[in-house]
Design a protein around this ligand. Structure first.
Ligand SMILES: C[S@@+](CC[C@H](N)C(=O)[O-])C[C@H]1O[C@@H](n2cnc3c(N)ncnc32)[C@H](O)[C@@H]1O
Length: 272
């Protein structure tokens, strides 16, 4: 499937994507980004499902995928940039501790990275990762946990029902998994957790993102679901314009390099 489809990328589509001007780390959205896309990317392929989401997927390939998330995220997700830009500046009171929730931790690498970066910066940050998949929860049991870093098998709505609160809520590569009611419920729950800032970091669908990932995974990330599910993820992900049209007032959509969308909600204290 991917071989034929990547071949369908037109020169026009590539030129259009390449000519996007994204000045710094992030750009505001009124831009209709990559307007020309090959047919198979023109619409969000929300009907496609990722192998990893299936209960019967191969456990060895799944485990290797969790393991490889770290390198994929290190290359593409810009989590450290998100931390430096949106989280660290809000931890200016050195006299107090802060809390952060990572929704959908997967292989746990981003939650671990956040705990490590904050510690290096001399900041008192407690990171909690949650995931609804027991296989992800089992996978992360191999990593040391501490009062500053913990993983829970939980859904975000459970945390809301318990009245839990966090200073920051982050989530990477989860939005594109959700259907329309799931997206709405996720945003409502994230907002209800009372965070000073919520950042959903996800892929921005484009021809160049697809081609780039297709090429990268032709040589790397073998014997896992990374290539297969990653290409589906790109097809399931939003353009900036699509995401903007689906989110309620108060949520802001920014673009970041490479091929990222940041969906952000600032709490009353931050937007005042
Ligand atoms: C593609 S993985 C991304 C994992 C990790 N955030 C990363 O970027 O590498 C998506 C993860 O989100 C989890 N997930 C999906 N829907 C969720 C929900 N409603 N609440 C919590 N986790 C969810 C899945 O179980 C899966 O582990």
């Amino acid at each position: 499937m991917p071989e034929r489809e990547a071949g369908a990328l037109t020169k026009k589509a590539l030129r259009s994507c390449l000519s996007e001007r994204i000045a710094s780390g992030v750009a505001r959205v009124p831009v209709g980004a990559c307007k020309t896309m090959p047919l198979f990317l023109a619409k969000r392929a929300s009907h496609l499902t990722e192998a990893m989401d299936g209960p019967d997927c191969d456990p060895a390939l799944l485990e290797r995928s969790y393991h490889q998330f770290r390198a994929v995220n290190g290359l593409l997700s810009r989590s450290r940039f998100v931390y430096k830009r949106f989280i660290r500046p809000l931890m200016s009171d050195r006299g107090r501790g802060y809390s952060l929730l990572d929704i959908g931790f997967g292989g746990g690498d981003i939650a671990r990275g956040l705990a490590r970066w904050a510690q290096r910066d001399g900041l008192d940050l407690c990171v909690t990762g949650i995931d609804i998949d027991p296989r992800a929860y089992t996978y992360v049991q191999r990593f040391p946990q501490s009062p500053k870093l913990s993983f829970r098998l939980a859904d975000v709505t459970t945390l809301v029902a318990r009245g839990e609160r966090f200073d920051f809520v982050l989530s990477n590569h989860v939005l594109h998994h959700l259907d329309a009611p799931g997206l709405q419920a996720m945003l409502d729950a994230a907002q209800a957790l009372g965070a000073r800032v919520v950042v959903f970091n996800d892929i921005r669908r484009s021809a160049l993102a697809y081609l780039g990932f297709w090429l990268l995974t032709a040589v790397a990330f073998r014997r896992s679901y990374i290539r297969q599910d990653g290409l589906i993820s790109i097809r399931r992900s939003y353009t900036a314009k699509e995401l903007r049209a689906r989110v309620p007032a108060g949520w802001e959509v920014l673009r970041a390099m490479p091929f990222r969308l940041l969906l952000i909600h600032r709490g009353a204290r931050e937007s005042a």
